[in-house]
Design a protein around this ligand. Structure first.
Ligand SMILES: [Zn+2]
Length: 582
């Protein structure tokens, strides 16, 4: 029998000022022998690997007995822990939360709606993460709908049930007047909740998402959900998502649905987050569940969880017939360009990018391009390498799908635990009979795999079309501000890097001619500069004028393209079809 019963109430007295009221009632404390309990708020949310210090938005924290006649003493023992000195009675904890950050992993409340990010909302009792709870939502007077992956308590449409703390923290709640509809795909009920407008076509979207779901279901041995909720937030311009076990929160541009590339990108996001319900939410490395909500949970395996998912999101769109072959190859080429555009690929491995995400990936700065590689697209390239290698070496008999399927059955369904990277590699090799050590080892190194020959074996060519180009460059990115042109980043080993052009330098003139204050304003000077010529660049740095002389270098920005080989052999064509056919 549970020692405690926990009931939360969420209400909204002043949503227009971005506040939500939270009450947490804990009953049956008399069964507890300790003289105090600690309640905690997570400092981060799974899926977004940054300590966000959610408790900074808590205010007016109070504790009383349940009939609210007697105050109960408490003290804050650290940034996210409150120690409550109970006297054997039931407790009522109340606090207010400020929420005004428009992301998929932070609270947001206004007069139109409330997005409740559970990690930044709910307190849990330390040491009792197995306890279930009920969550009552009292919407603001003009709000009519509640969308969440949590089930309701029987005959109580506003009261939800969470079987344990992990489930509670994994279940965002959208409250307002969102457009909603449901549809069933292969025995799973799916629900859309569209917040803040959007020029989507309900019928077309339902059809396309159903295709994505059916295609994804084929990869895995089961769809573990009876119900799944897609919550989409619409903004003027946005892109992002956060995965959960039986729901996801997506952000996209309100009016992007009738633009094919933006719509495809949104569907790619849907495919990505849906894939996560298996890959990372259930099939996961040991470090990522059960979670420690108190601090960073370090993992070297995000290149697998995010990288494989990034590889599969567009591949699923291709298999579902939403992307044609050319469109798919162009998106895959983009991953190569994104990886090799960054000099950081030479100094950070995919494993270290995963491990250090807490201090690096989520905290980008002007030097990120030089010091980091993204475990998303580098991981996608490694996943692609594994898929191509397995297809080739098994003569088309197996591919990465089988590895994921078996790994899910073994680690999640049979053992119900997370894996070590070495265990995943061992299992992948056992299932396929292929030695995959070169690719798994590449995740911990900065050396490159021979992608060209991997593609060639399945009848495709990978080529950097900029390699032979004679174009020159300074190696900087620019930004404009108030009609002035500033250096935004300086690439490692570029002409600007070697000659000391700095981020934040204002570029005023080149060779005594004032530059256009557009982000392309210096291109004409640089690209037309004959090899060997020196450019005299007049800059302002911290209000002081100085001249820097720079000789532009050959442009090293890659422009990868993956294309079918024209005269491919029947064997190449057969394997290529296995890789990319519908
Ligand atoms: Zn992801």
């Amino acid at each position: 029998m549970n020692a405690y019963s926990i009931h939360y109430t969420l209400s909204f007295c002043e949503p227009q000022a971005h506040y939500m009221e939270v009450q947490m009632i804990i009953k049956n404390l008399k069964n507890s022998t300790s003289k105090s309990i600690d309640v905690k708020m997570p400092v981060w949310t799974p899926g977004s690997y940054l300590v966000r210090e959610y408790s900074r938005h808590v205010e007016s924290f109070q504790v009383s007995n349940v009939n609210k006649k007697q105050k109960v003493s408490f003290q804050k023992t650290n940034k996210n822990t409150w120690r409550i000195f109970n006297d054997g009675k039931d407790l009522c904890i109340s606090y207010r939360l400020y929420g005004f950050e428009k992301t998929v992993r932070t609270n947001f409340f206004d007069e139109d709606h409330a997005f409740v990010s559970p990690a930044s909302t709910f307190l849990y009792i330390d040491g009792h993460k197995n306890l279930s709870s009920t969550i009552e939502v009292i919407p603001a007077p003009n709000w009519t709908k509640i969308s969440t992956g949590l089930p309701t308590v029987k005959n109580q449409p506003n009261i939800f049930f969470a079987k344990d703390v992990d489930t509670l923290i994994d279940s965002p709640i959208e409250i307002g007047n969102q457009a909603t509809w449901t549809f069933e795909v292969e025995n799973t009920l799916h629900e859309f909740a569209m917040v803040g407008g959007g020029n989507y076509n309900t019928e077309e979207l339902t059809k396309d998402v159903s295709k994505i779901i059916r295609t994804t279901n084929k990869i895995w041995p089961e769809n573990p959900n009876e119900r799944y909720v897609f919550i989409t937030h619409h903004y003027k311009s946005a892109y992002g998502g956060l995965e959960h076990c039986n729901s996801t929160v997506l952000a996209t541009s309100r009016n992007g649905y009738n633009k094919p590339s933006t719509y495809q990108k949104y569907l790619g996001l849907v495919a990505h987050e849906y894939f996560h319900l298996w890959c990372v939410k259930r099939l996961r490395p040991k470090e990522l569940g059960p979670f420690d909500y108190d601090k960073e949970n370090y993992s070297k395996a995000l290149w697998v969880m995010e990288g494989f998912t990034s590889y599969y999101d567009n591949l699923i769109l291709r298999r579902a017939g939403i992307l044609n072959e050319t469109e798919y190859l162009s998106l895959l080429s983009r991953d190569f360009n994104a990886v090799y555009l960054r000099p950081g690929v030479k100094v950070q491995s995919a494993e270290m990018s995963s491990f250090d995400t807490w201090i690096k990936h989520y905290r980008p700065d002007e030097n990120t391009i030089n010091s980091q590689v993204s475990y998303y697209n580098k991981g996608a390239l490694l996943a692609c390498a594994l898929d191509l290698k397995i297809i080739t070496e098994t003569n088309g008999g197996k591919r990465l799908d089988q590895v994921l399927r078996e790994a899910y059955m073994y680690f999640y369904m049979n053992l119900n635990r997370g894996f070590e990277l070495e265990e995943l590699q061992k299992l992948a090799q056992e299932i396929t009979g292929v030695d995959l050590s070169e690719i798994f080892n590449a995740a911990s190194l900065c050396e490159e795999l021979d992608y060209i020959s991997l593609f060639q074996k399945v009848g495709y060519s990978l080529k950097d079309h900029n390699k032979e180009s004679q174009k020159t460059s300074l190696g900087i990115d620019l930004r404009t501000c108030e009609q002035r042109l500033y250096v935004k980043s300086v690439k490692r080993d570029s002409a600007a890097w070697k000659n000391g052009l700095n981020v934040h330098d204002e570029i005023i003139a080149i060779n005594e001619e004032r530059v256009d204050t557009t982000e392309n304003g210096i291109n004409s000077f640089v690209e037309e500069c004959p090899a060997g010529e020196v450019l005299h660049i007049l800059i302002a740095r911290e209000g002081r004028i100085r001249q820097i002389d720079i000789q532009p270098q050959k442009d090293t920005q890659p422009k990868y393209k993956i294309t079918p080989i024209k005269n491919r052999t029947s064997e190449q064509a057969r394997l290529g079809d296995i890789w990319l056919s519908l």
